[in-house]
Design a protein around this ligand. Structure first.
Ligand SMILES: NC(=O)c1ccc[n+]([C@@H]2O[C@H](COP(=O)([O-])OP(=O)(O)OC[C@H]3O[C@@H](n4cnc5c(N)ncnc54)[C@H](OP(=O)(O)O)[C@@H]3O)[C@@H](O)[C@H]2O)c1
Length: 296
């Protein structure tokens, strides 16, 4: 049987690293990123590629002719995007166009989007709800979704929210921030007025593998079974990992004075992906999976 080639962008990122370890056994994965993580071994070695550079992208496509592109690369720093919209649009949407320009019709394009395409006035949201982003990050990610709808029908768009994984070092993970702060006895302010259903990255990678196996296309939301405020999630983390909850101070979003607006009542309904056979877990189950992983 011929091996299917998958171009995985953002392979050094939070989601990319887990996807790479999951998919390389089944696919010929070409992992690329603008940066490389410290440890590099064998088939997991990440090639350097800046997806905002069309010529670099063309070179990679000519060399590997991928049958599937999974784009996890993004500028994920929400306030950074607000302060530098040019870079945000260049990385989060224009670069998607660069990738699409090299894909022929038979290439499946998997785009990881976000709940930030909604303003959070009426969540949780289903796939049929109309996006209305209230930040540059959300707008730039929505633009990438729209590019796919206009230019490449053979695509799968998955929207996760508040992505986290077992690594306490992931800079884009809410869990990592809470865990390392409490572990180091650092007091933190956590908002009570942003609600979501956080997405455990290993569950998302399983879902992506499942979707590839079944050749799912279209738009799907993915998150945990339960909805929590960031504050409630932080308390749950403290409880599961036996860390001092007294270090978590409840505050309101407005008190933070952040550059970008955040969706308040967000969250992503998972009925569509569950109807397609995707599995959904609670935040408690996912945190206990991390605990179990650490104790083995
Ligand atoms: N983290 C969340 O809470 C969250 C929530 C919802 C949706 N998402 C979406 O999920 C996806 C994965 O997120 P993540 O948490 O894994 O993010 P991440 O850890 O920030 O990973 C993204 C990766 O893309 C790389 N990248 C940035 N600019 C690039 C460029 N020009 N060319 C190539 N690579 C580039 C980043 O490198 P640098 O680190 O050097 O920038 C990073 O390694 C993203 O599409 C994000 O929008 C994330």
């Amino acid at each position: 049987m011929q091996t299917v080639t998958v171009l995985l962008t953002g392979a050094a990122g939070q989601l990319g690293q887990i996807l790479l370890k999951k998919l390389y056994r089944k696919y010929e994965v070409i992992p690329v990123d603008i940066v490389r993580p410290g440890v590099q071994d064998g088939r997991l070695k990440i090639h350097l590629l800046d997806i905002t550079e069309p010529r670099q992208v063309q070179k990679v496509f000519s060399k590997y002719s991928p049958a599937i592109v999974i784009n996890t690369a993004a500028m994920t720093h929400v306030d950074g995007c607000e302060l530098d919209p040019d870079t945000a649009y260049r990385v989060n949407s224009k670069a998607v166009e660069n990738l699409l320009d090299c894909c022929d019709e038979s290439c499946l394009f998997v785009q990881i989007s976000t709940d930030y395409v909604f303003d959070g006035k009426a969540g949780p949201y289903s796939e049929s709800d109309t996006p209305c982003p209230n930040s540059v990050y959300g707008k730039s990610k929505l633009e990438s979704e729209n590019l796919l709808r206009e230019k490449h029908s053979y695509s799968l768009i998955i929207r996760p929210n508040v992505l986290y994984n077992a690594s306490p070092r992931s800079s884009a993970s809410f869990f990592a921030w809470i865990y390392t702060s409490l572990k180091n006895n650092v007091s933190i302010n956590v908002v009570t007025d942003q609600v979501s259903n956080p997405t455990y990255a290993p569950d998302l990678t399983e879902l992506i593998e499942y979707a590839l196996d079944r050749e799912l296309t279209g738009l799907y939301h993915y998150g945990s079974r339960n909805y929590v405020s960031r504050y409630e999630f932080a308390l749950e983390i403290a409880d599961v990992f036996a860390l001092p909850a007294s270090l978590i101070n409840p505050i309101k979003t407005a008190e933070l004075g952040q550059a970008a607006a955040r969706p308040a009542h967000s969250g992503l309904k998972t009925d569509k992906i569950e109807a397609a056979g995707g599995r959904v877990h609670s935040t408690g189950e996912c945190l206990h999976k991390i605990l179990a992983e650490w104790s083995t």
